[in-house]
Design a protein around this ligand. Structure first.
Ligand code: LIP
Length: 363
């Protein structure tokens, strides 16, 4: 059982880890992900075929992203530890939420990290290690540690939406998920709601095949079936590249044809809101595994759909993510699909990233 410790928590290692996959060195590979696709067609070749394309997309079944098995550890046991870990991290964040922040910078002036991110992650690691000594862990601040031979990979974002946290602006969250052979098996997002003088939390949790719950009550995505009746959410990363620009254009387009597009700044929160049925969709380019691993399972288990932004089957190591209530997924892809395929055609890198090289997956 080989044990490895990568990217220990120092600003140099953070910089190293935040670089793209190819810059990361041999431990993070770019594997050829041959995920099973249920149906792939060239749906976007001719804009004049919009009506028939929509009919086709309505019948499209998208591949599920949740784990089909949780291996020797029952889903319930995994979920219990995931929830405890997220709760423990959220207590650290709650303790700090009304105090002055010690802000540091990662790659640029807008990519922040605080002492609280690091303390929250340390408290989460303690819970995971205390329960599963031999699991592999990928934390936003600490990088990769544990046993690369493990089938279980924990994806930890100790504060998703750090910029909002640093400014005392909702929304932000603690996000914890565990994958079994690459697929999300259990997930928990503790969302901070309210604001100065009235901070509170609500907890979203899900396990593969077990449904999604918010503060213990089962939740479902909305039934809205047209983009024109939908409230949409997107996000923009710190790297202002071609994909960022393409999404600025999608933001404009969808603002024109929906009830509005919001930009809150915390992927885990944005996805949990789709699961709760208070928005219909969320998408973003260039998210990392720790941003998405919990949120995607929370959406799927609430009855929603998760794909890449070109409509392909999704894994947490992909560089684009589209979640929706399912009913409007095809209509969203009529615009998001071609925009993403154009980026691909222009050579923009959409290969998987942050996948630990020796970590075995089922796709
Ligand atoms: C952030 C996301 C946000 C996204 C940024 C970033 P962080 O996570 O949740 O929505 O736009 O790219 O990844 O850095 O606050 O944990």
């Amino acid at each position: 059982m080989g044990s490895s410790l990568l990217c220990p928590s120092s600003s140099a290692s953070i910089l190293l880890r935040m670089k793209s996959q190819t810059q990361l060195g041999p431990r993070f590979s770019i594997p050829n992900l041959n995920r099973g696709k249920i149906e792939r067609r060239n749906l976007f070749s001719s804009p004049s075929r919009v009506t028939s394309v929509r009919a086709l997309l309505k019948g499209t079944q998208y591949a599920r992203i949740g784990a089909e098995s949780t291996g020797p550890i029952p889903a319930k046991e995994l979920l219990g530890v995931v929830e405890l870990a997220a709760k423990t991290g959220s207590e650290v964040v709650m303790e700090a939420v009304n105090k002055p922040r010690n802000i540091m910078f990662k790659q640029g002036k807008s990519d922040l990290v605080t002492e609280t991110d690091k303390m929250s992650e340390a408290s989460i690691l303690k819970v995971v290690n205390g329960n599963f000594k031999d699991h592999l862990i990928l934390g936003e601040e600490g990088g990769l540690l544990g046993d690369v031979a493990s089938d279980y990979l924990w994806c930890i974002d100790p504060i998703d939406g750090t910029t909002n946290f640093a400014h005392g602006y909702p929304s932000f969250a603690v996000s914890v998920a565990v994958l079994f052979r690459g697929r999300p098996a259990a997930a928990c997002v503790v969302e901070f709601v309210g604001g100065p003088m009235c901070w509170n939390t609500r907890t979203f949790s899900a396990s593969a095949g077990g449904g999604t719950f918010c503060n213990g009550q089962k939740i479902q995505v909305s039934q809205t079936n047209k983009v024109e009746d939908s409230l949409l959410v997107t996000g923009f990363g710190y790297d202002h590249d071609d994909a960022w620009l393409a999404n600025i254009n999608l933001f404009k387009e969808f603002t024109d044809i929906s009830r509005g597009v919001r930009r809150l700044g915390a992927a885990a929160v944005d996805m949990s809101h789709v699961a709760l049925g208070i928005s219909e969709s969320y998408w973003e380019y260039r998210l990392k595994p720790w941003d998405v691993a919990a949120g995607v399972l929370i959406v799927e288990e609430a009855g929603g759909t998760v794909t890449c932004m070109d409509g392909e089957a999704f894994s947490v190591f992909d560089r684009s993510c589209l979640v929706s209530n399912g009913s409007i997924h095809g209509e969203l892809l009529e615009r998001i699909g071609p925009a993403t395929k154009k980026l691909m055609k222009n050579g923009i890198d959409f290969s998987p990233w942050f996948k630990p090289e020796e970590y075995a997956t089922d796709f």
